[in-house]
Ligand binder design. Structure first.
Ligand code: NAD
Length: 456
């Protein structure tokens, strides 16, 4: 079927009003949960084939988040979909006012490759929970995961409600020519621009979940061992191919050496430094990215790691030292297992360097000094982050997840996702029995005095 026909069919189904029924939505979410359970093995196998992601990491960083969101929606969408009464001013007496959450219509979700299930399926099920229909285009780079999502969704849901359309740039370009009611995109900044431009043609609202360089501040008073443990886990999870990974470290010069040693010991202890002893450590997604990352290592000052194997796209956790903001590695998001460490003498100077660059998706602060933590939280603008931890903020669905400036626009997770895929329709609802003459002509001074009192 042509994709424009799928769109027409989804528009027809949406217009049948079936998705406005909350019980229908809950039933679909429960069904999806079962489909995921029944096909768990297929999902694990596909992602392992694509880039060696283990069952453990796939569960922790993909399927658990997905199941948590589904459960959260099943529990709450009845409440979130209810119309909400708000007060009405005297000027409109006698009337009631309320807000009706309503779905947007046919939505297009475009996923990124690095967490292929989570980044495609969480927005998709959020959109369904809000009462929309979904056309999902996962990333084509992990071919097996794209294929398995297409299989389990297209076999179990009618295409006029929820379907997967596989393909790369050509297919996405074709999709972007159509008029959707919402586009939700996760991916890089340059492609984000393409999406925004295409959406502008139809004035389609967009949510853009993009990337960037997320700084990690390590201040002199931190718990160095625990800091290293948390940074190493967050940075080398998915071999650094995480949008919210600590991109680089800004460390107080007085503890630089101690932090470098602690990072090294932590990597050695977590057995991710040699490919033969940790088969769970993830591979780089493709040769292009492998070559891009290799150059960054070749041109950098390696403190630890730097072991590469092009045959199986393995790059060991690597720490670069004596890095400056002018170095090649500081130009773009690294998106790989390379961690540059920059030291500073003056926190204000470090803040200034970060502020001169695009607003990051995330920022992490390791310190025990509340005053300094609050200073950083107050002075820096970024999507979201954590104090004395990294990455884990996105596992709390009570926190909105999204970027600011070049790192994106809009947010999702939990209720924030429901809002992203809803329109809040505002209604003033009046009876017929009373209508004061005050707003009608002929106007008079007396009416003006009264109306001023009523409207202000
Ligand atoms: P990408 O921008 O290359 O691809 C994302 C999607 O866009 C894919 O589905 C792809 O098919 C499509 N696409 C690629 N080129 C296109 C084009 N010219 N026209 C139309 N569509 C096109 O991103 P990626 O490599 O999959 O992911 C890596 C980037 O995504 C990183 O920058 C990362 O920080 C960011 N990211 C952000 C988040 C977030 O939640 N904010 C999450 C994961 C990844």
């Amino acid at each position: 079927m042509e994709i424009k026909d799928v769109l027409t069919q989804q528009q027809d189904f949406f217009n049948s009003n079936k998705t406005k029924n909350v019980s229908f939505r809950i039933a679909q979410l429960k069904k999806f949960k079962n489909v995921l359970k029944e096909n768990e093995k297929l999902l694990y196998n596909a992602i392992y084939e694509d880039f060696g992601k283990s069952e453990f990491e796939t569960y922790v960083s993909e399927l658990s988040l997905l199941n948590h969101e589904i459960n959260n929606f099943i529990k709450n969408i009845k409440k979130w979909s209810k119309r909400k009464k708000v007060s009405t001013g005297l000027a409109n007496f006698p009337a009631r006012s309320y807000i009706i959450p309503e779905p947007l219509g046919v939505t297009l979700v475009i996923g990124a490759w690095n967490y292929p299930y989570q980044l495609s399926l969480v927005p998709a099920i959020t959109s369904l929970a809000a009462g929309n229909t979904v056309m999902l285009k996962p990333s084509e780079l992990p071919a097996k995961t794209s294929e398995v999502m297409a299989k389990i969704i297209n076999d179990n849901f009618p295409s006029n409600y929820f379907c997967v359309i596989e393909g790369g740039v050509k297919k996405t370009t074709e999709l972007l020519e159509l008029q959707f009611d919402k586009i939700f995109f996760t991916g890089s900044i340059p492609v984000g621009r393409i999406i925004y431009q295409a959406a502008a043609k139809h004035l389609t609202p967009v949510t853009l979940e993009l990337g960037g360089k997320s700084p990690t501040f390590v201040l002199a008073d931190t718990d160095i061992k625990m800091t290293a443990k948390r940074i190493v886990w967050a940075k080398f999870l998915n071999a650094g191919q995480t949008c919210v990974a600590p991109d680089y470290i800004l460390v107080d010069q007085s503890i630089e050496e101690a932090l470098l040693v602690a990072l090294k010991e932590e990597i050695e202890g977590s057995h991710k430094n040699k490919e033969d002893i940790d088969e769970n450590y993830i591979r780089i997604i493709n040769s292009n990215n492998f070559d891009r990352l290799s150059k960054l290592i070749d041109n950098g000052n390696v403190y630890f790691g730097g072991y590469l194997n092009r045959d199986n796209r393995f790059i060991s956790p690597t720490i670069l030292q004596n890095v400056s903001f002018e170095d090649e590695i500081m130009k773009d998001e690294i998106f790989g297992p390379i961690l540059p460490v920059i030291s500073f003498n003056d926190l204000n100077e470090a803040i200034k360097m970060v502020k001169e660059r695009p607003k990051p998706l995330s920022c992490y602060i390791y310190s025990k000094n509340r005053k300094k933590i609050d200073k950083l939280l107050n002075e820096l603008s970024f999507g979201g982050g954590a104090v004395n931890d990294s990455v884990m903020h996105l596992s709390n669905s009570n926190l909105p997840f999204g970027g600011i400036g070049l790192s994106g626009m809009g947010s999702y997770h939990g209720k924030f996702g429901f809002d992203t895929f809803s329109h809040y329709k505002s209604i003033l609802d009046k009876p017929f029995w009373f209508e004061p003459n005050i707003k009608y002509a002929p106007y008079s001074k007396k009416k003006l005095t009264l109306i001023k009192w009523l409207l202000e």
